[in-house]
Design a protein around this ligand. Structure first.
Ligand code: PLP
Length: 458
């Protein structure tokens, strides 16, 4: 078979040409991964669950799991050889892949860490030292979004507030209609930060907020920070790589982190932390100190004691996997976005509700309003409903409780007041049936006159 023939296969049917000679019909084989191959790659997923929550923990195909296992065995086979000859080289390969994916200037700008939480600790620990060593003054400000991720907020509390920093939260509207609404609020927070002659030392900006999920106009906010003289800008983009465009030169932040185990098909856990070469900050260290302390963040982070590094080594394999899809990672994220919007609109129409933001402020996730009749009136209700959907219907979806504005519930449009939103995700393994199952479950609950008050307290 020559290379041309490899793209074709006989489909078993035969036909006749103009001269009535017998010829077999050939059909073109797509060079891209097929639906059945996708199903095989994710055959380990629980078949009873409509998993429309890729956002929380991501997903890992069989191909990458096999590559991870091979790395694990290499270590177990001959640990010393692995340590001396393979680990550093392998991690460098992963860093090079990431450098190209995110359009960084230099591989030295890319460090591999466990997760976005670790990346935040690296950046914020350095801020804490700047307070402790007198580079920053007590009362200097740090600005973050009100919807910053809970764990990152705790880190800010631990490393910045505790060191004497004054933390300002940017209030964001939700539902949100435009980027402008976010930019206006962010500008107000920076003005507040600079009042009384204070300096704004740090801005922490999410690229995609977690709950509620909204794509933040990060490039515009970084620019605003530069204009207003903010010392350091850290973008927490835990959900970004694989679900939105990620371009370090374009975004222009000092620090940027994204998990690869959420939307880039890596196993848990692996993330990158980008540190801009031209940034004034060089005193960054991994919070777990080991032999490589002082040898630069990428090298320090590549050995933080004996442990399993396999998830950090499979990044090139994850890239091989995404390149089996038409358009690679860009194609995947575009299709995910289109489908999740379509499914979100299908659900909101079926339930007579709305999406939480316009499509261009969504990634591969979208917030869909629940019908008011479910009476979601607290975070506890949201959790109880999520559990009910998991246990009684086989649906896994995170739910956001939105505190109504003052007077909103008493107003005559009470029946339209959306206090609960589902965060639905779309990844390559999802099918439309996953979302129909969700639609039908909620419709059934509505028909039965269900409210969250009916659920047991635990
Ligand atoms: C915005 C944001 N930041 C940080 C994190 C933390 O990610 P990890 O638990 O992988 O460290 C998440 C996780 O969902 C997130 O959504």
């Amino acid at each position: 078979m020559d290379s041309h023939d490899q793209d074709f296969k006989e489909n078993g049917d035969s036909t006749h040409d103009d001269n009535n000679n017998h010829v077999s019909k050939k059909i073109k084989l797509s060079p891209f991964i097929s639906d059945s191959e996708i199903r095989e790659e994710f055959a380990h997923h629980d078949p009873g669950v409509a998993r429309i929550n890729n956002g929380s923990f991501g997903s890992c195909p069989a191909y990458v799991i096999a590559a991870q296992k091979e790395w694990q065995l290499r270590f177990l086979r001959q640990p010393d050889d692995f340590y001396f000859n393979q680990l550093q080289k392998g991690i460098l390969e992963s860093r090079k892949v990431i450098k190209d994916l995110v359009n960084a200037d230099d591989v030295e700008e890319v460090t591999i860490v466990d997760n976005a939480t670790t990346a935040a600790a690296i950046v914020l620990q350095q801020i804490g030292w700047s307070f402790a060593e007198g580079k920053f003054q007590k009362g200097d400000a740090a600005v973050m979004l009100h919807y910053a991720y809970g764990a990152v907020k705790k880190s800010i509390q631990a490393y910045v507030s505790r060191a004497g920093g004054y933390v300002i939260e940017v209030n964001l509207p939700f539902p949100v209609k435009s980027n402008e609404e976010i930019i206006v609020e962010f500008r107000k927070a920076l003005e507040k930060g600079k009042s009384n002659g204070r300096k704004v030392r740090l801005a922490v900006i999410d690229h995609i907020t977690s709950m509620p999920c909204v794509v933040i106009p990060v490039k515009e906010l970084v620019k605003l920070c530069r204009e207003e003289g903010v010392d350091q800008v850290f973008v927490d983009a835990a959900h970004a790589i694989g679900s939105v465009e990620v371009d370090m030169k374009d975004i222009g932040a000092d620090f940027y982190t994204s998990n690869l185990h959420k939307w880039f098909f890596c196993p848990p856990s692996v993330a990158f932390l980008y540190c801009r070469r031209s940034s004034k900050v060089s005193d960054l260290h991994h919070p777990v100190v080991s032999h490589e302390y002082g040898n630069g963040l990428p090298i320090e982070s590549a050995w933080i004691g004996t442990r399993d590094y396999s998830s950090q080594l499979v990044v090139p394999s994850a890239l091989d996997f995404v390149n089996r899809f038409e358009g690679g990672i860009e194609g995947i994220r575009k299709r995910n976005h289109e489908i999740v919007i379509k499914m979100g609109e299908m659900l909101s129409e079926a339930w007579g509700t709305l999406l939480g933001s316009p499509p261009d402020m969504c990634s591969s996730m979208v917030m869909v309003g629940f019908p008011a009749s479910l009476e979601i009136s607290s975070e506890v209700d949201a959790l109880k409903l999520r559990k009910h959907l998991r246990e009684s219907f086989g649906i896994e979806v995170p739910i956001y409780y939105r505190v109504p504005e003052e007077g909103e519930l008493e107003a005559q449009n009470k029946d339209n007041c959306i206090t609960g939103y589902a965060r639905i995700s779309h990844q390559v393994y999802n099918t439309d049936d996953d979302y129909y199952k969700f639609r039908d479950a909620i419709n059934q609950l509505i028909q039965e006159g269900f409210t969250c008050k009916m659920l047991p307290s635990n």
